[in-house]
Ligand binder design. Structure first.
Ligand code: GAL
Length: 840
């Protein structure tokens, strides 16, 4: 085992402080993980196979605010004259409408993150943004775009497809009202075939109304996921109807293949479907074909077949092997439609006595719950950021994520499939109403081929349905579970339930999820020994990155693992409970990342939660290393706090170490402060009388020191240091570089308390799309080209244009106050790359 001590580093000329070494090692590994998955391709882009076309509809939109109550400020829409009375009357979706003064932007777009914060406690859970019925000026947005449809498309089916939008979208094309979608998370589509101008210009206008929310957390506003224009033959595969189900016996996997072919042409067709199974290298490893079947006019036919894979490369957390099936419809010797379905071969099982099994091997679920927003960009994440976020979580040993409390973005699922993170995939609305069932159906159909998903969740903490409405709850849940099983017989269904799990919703569930309250599971397990149990939501421990005392005046929480709300547990408490019970399948900590909204326990001026194990930018808080020690596979030694406590000389300072070694000895300025044995699943701590200098932890295993770490009292900030996750990105107008901005002293050591305001200059072939610093109390703009450091760090997200070249990025001291800082420069190369086919 390699031991890197500070002395070795100085000797080799690498005069970095221990803290810098540590942080940069984690950063380096996360970056390496990302490098291993360079493709930014989305699931949808992968799905299109000729002759089908799937065009990205994200670029060059026009945007303007409408108004939720005043029609004169809402393009005259809703003026009481019977807006939907006559087809073709909507001028704002026609050629003559003048949008030249509207703002130009690309999707995905979240306008909520661009708005200033408002001190309105009603808005606290949504992150204090002026969105909702009391903010009519900023709750409705209009998007508009002209687009070409070639004459050669006549006869094809053409649909506009949305991966998700927040919220209540009305779609108009060429003056006609096309349809609406009312929830903020499920994908939706409209067939435009009959409304298009073939061989000329077409006009689409979208009215998006975020006045009503779906949840109690930050939800964003606008077209915050991708939009597509899809073109198929009139004889085509049904949307999300292709399934590949692998049954593994010994070293053979039987692949049960099925799909639905729909016929929107004018005559019955005789068709067959074939499947080509490709391994990860693109080699064909199996094929299958059906007989000819008749597909009636305006009807559909189901096709199925099976084939076998010998010695399949199994999908697992450590080896996320994927296969693809190319599904092709053929009629009269002509290929009419085709798509690619990505899938994995693996078995999952939940056992009431032994917990969870992946491919027959016991695996504890080491999970985190996550909302979907990120610093700088709100809920409109470029695809690459999904990968970045998951790589941060994986770095700490997290092997599963719960998409609380809604259906996720396709690229998050795609990244989980490719990176080997298991998923609990959750729908927003627990209801067997037509709307509730539709949300569930879309989620299951959309993602049922994803090997990462190990269970479906029909919802979260529906206390009415668990208590006063327990009878209705049991019926609603039973209908939802039944529907999920019909659409996907291969997965179990659960829910995140707070309370005893003894009645209501829980009666219908395949496996039992407990949210918090460690008093319930043991009792439940004794009384229900045949029902598998896991922790659907745990912890809610709160901490502020880099802060070592809880201060209600500053709205901060100490980063020692000591704070949780009344319903929650510290990391150490919940994980000790779950790790030491074989029958517990594991659990999902609330949350991996901090998120906007729910500023617990403090309200204003806090604007985001402090539940995260990492902050809004993905910078680790210290508890990250508790999980890394007990979830990860490598030796860990993490020493904290920093050692910059000017003015506290002579005071007793708590010093903690998260380590998975046998014993740790602590030194202050070379003098031993004593050795401590590390008990399993625990941390070790000392109280040390503060004097400036160096604290050092030496961790040993089997009697040998295997890891050491130091924290040094640094000097003041004199310079800025920049590091990007990648210095070369694709020039596709979508890819991003994630830049870490750090304060350093004259010896190049990171200054862990720095709060300097830094300005950013960007020129060349890229743009700045967002900034952040992880401070839950920072109300600076996410979009301005400047940001204060928070405890030494900030983050900048740079996006390429579609022109290959270089992005020149510079960080400089901003404003009059504080000492001068040496600026820093960084060049990101944007390499020529094939952009995804997109709408002209
Ligand atoms: C849970 C809830 C989460 C979040 C969390 C905060 O009860 O499911 O959405 O609100 O509390 O601790």
């Amino acid at each position: 085992m390699t031991t890197i001590s500070r002395r070795d580093m100085i000797r080799s000329g690498l005069a970095l402080s221990a803290s810098s070494l540590l942080v940069r090692t984690a950063w380096g590994r996360a970056a390496a993980l990302l490098e291993a998955y360079p493709e930014v391709a989305s699931a949808e882009a992968l799905a299109a196979v000729a002759p089908r076309e799937q065009l990205l509809f994200d670029f060059e939109w026009k945007f303007q605010f409408g108004h939720a109550t005043d029609p004169t400020r809402d393009l005259g829409f809703g003026n009481g004259q019977g807006d939907f009375a006559k087809t073709g009357d909507f001028e704002f979706a026609k050629a003559k409408f003048d949008d030249s003064k509207w703002r130009s932007l690309n999707l995905p777009h979240d306008w909520a993150v661009e708005l200033p914060f408002v001190h309105d406690d009603v808005q606290a859970s949504h992150g204090y943004k002026p969105i909702g019925r009391r903010y009519p000026e900023t709750s409705v947005g209009w998007y508009r775009r002209a687009f070409d449809v070639p004459a050669s498309d006549l006869g094809r089916r053409i649909a506009v497809e949305f991966d998700g939008a927040f919220r209540s979208v009305l779609v108009f094309v060429n003056g006609c009202f096309i349809g609406r979608n009312d929830n903020g998370y499920t994908p939706f589509r409209f067939d435009l075939t009959d409304f298009l101008n073939y061989g000329g210009k077409n006009y689409i206008a979208l009215r998006v109304d975020a006045s009503f929310g779906d949840g109690w957390f930050y939800e964003g506003a606008g077209i915050y996921r991708h939009v597509w224009l899809t073109k198929t033959d009139a004889l085509h595969l049904g949307k999300w109807e292709s399934t590949v189900r692998a049954e593994v016996k010994g070293n053979i996997a039987t692949l049960n293949l099925a799909t639905v072919v729909e016929n929107e042409g004018g005559k019955a067709e005789s068709a067959k479907v074939s499947w080509k199974i490709l391994d990860a290298s693109g080699k064909t490893v199996a094929t299958a074909e059906t007989a000819l079947l008749s597909v009636p006019v305006d009807g559909a036919a189901t096709f199925s077949a099976s084939t076998k894979l010998n010695d399949p490369a199994l999908w697992s957390v450590d080896t996320p092997n994927l296969y693809s099936a190319i599904v092709t419809v053929e009629s009269a010797g002509k290929i009419r439609d085709a798509e690619r379905v990505s899938f994995g071969v693996r078995t999952v099982a939940f056992d009431a006595d032994k917990g969870f099994f992946l491919n027959g091997k016991p695996v504890k679920i080491q999970g985190t719950c996550n909302h979907q927003d990120h610093a700088g960009v709100g809920s409109a994440l470029p695809d690459r950021l999904q990968w970045y976020r998951l790589s941060v979580l994986r770095e700490m040993g997290c092997n599963a994520v719960r998409t609380s409390h809604n259906m996720p973005t396709p690229e998050w699922v795609e990244a989980c499939n490719r990176m080997g993170l298991m998923m609990m995939c959750e729908t927003r609305q627990m209801s067997s109403s037509p709307e509730g069932l539709e949300q569930l159906e879309v989620m299951v159909k959309r993602y049922r081929n994803s090997p990462a998903i190990i269970l479906w969740s029909i919802g979260n903490e529906e206390w009415q349905l668990q208590n006063d409405m327990a009878e209705e709850g049991a019926k609603i849940a039973a209908s939802m579970v039944r529907r999920a099983h019909e659409l996907d017989p291969t997965r179990v269904v659960s829910a995140a339930v707070n309370g005893s799990n003894e009645k209501g919703v829980s009666e219908a569930l395949d496996i039992i999820g407990f949210n918090y309250n460690l008093n319930f599971p043991d009792d439940y397990h004794r009384k229900n020994p045949t029902r598998p149990v896991f922790g659907s939501e745990t912890a809610s421990a709160v901490s502020t990155r880099g802060v070592y005392s809880t201060d209600p005046l500053r709205n901060t929480l100490s980063a020692f693992d000591t704070n949780q709300p009344g319903w929650g547990e510290t990391a150490e408490t919940w994980w000790k409970f779950y790790a030491t019970r074989e029958w517990e399948a594991g659990g999902f900590a609330w949350t991996g990342f901090d998120y906007r909204g729910e500023p617990t326990p403090y309200g204003w001026p806090s604007i985001n939660s402090q539940f995260g194990i990492v902050d809004m930018c993905g910078f680790p808080k210290d508890t990250f290393y508790y999980y890394k020690a007990w979830w990860g596979k490598e030796p860990v030694l993490h020493l904290f706090p920093h050692w910059n406590f000017e003015g506290k000389e002579g005071e007793m300072i708590p010093v903690w170490v998260h380590a998975n070694l046998d014993e740790v000895e602590l030194f202050l300025n070379g003098e031993s402060q004593g050795k401590q044995k590390v008990a399993p699943l625990s941390h070790v701590e000392w109280k040390v009388k503060y004097e400036p200098g160096v604290i050092e932890a030496r961790g040993s295993k089997g009697g040998n020191v295997v890891l050491t770490e130091k924290r040094e009292t640094t000097g003041p900030t004199v310079a800025i240091r920049l590091a990007a996750d990648r210095t070369e990105i694709g020039a596709d107008g979508e890819d991003v570089a994630i830049v870490r901005v750090e304060a350093v002293d004259k010896d190049g050591r990171p200054v862990p308390t720095a709060s300097n305001l830094i300005g950013f200059k960007v020129s060349g072939d890229g743009t700045l799309i967002g900034v952040g610093n992880g401070d839950p109390n920072c109300q600076e703009s996410d979009k301005d080209a400047k940001r204060s450091l928070f405890n030494g760090l900030a983050q900048v997200i740079l996006q390429s244009t579609r022109h290959p070249g270089e992005i020149h990025f510079e960080a400089v001291k901003e404003g009059w106050f504080g000492p001068e800082l040496t600026p820093a420069k960084l060049i990101i190369t944007t390499r020529k790359t094939e952009p995804r086919p997109s709408v002209k």
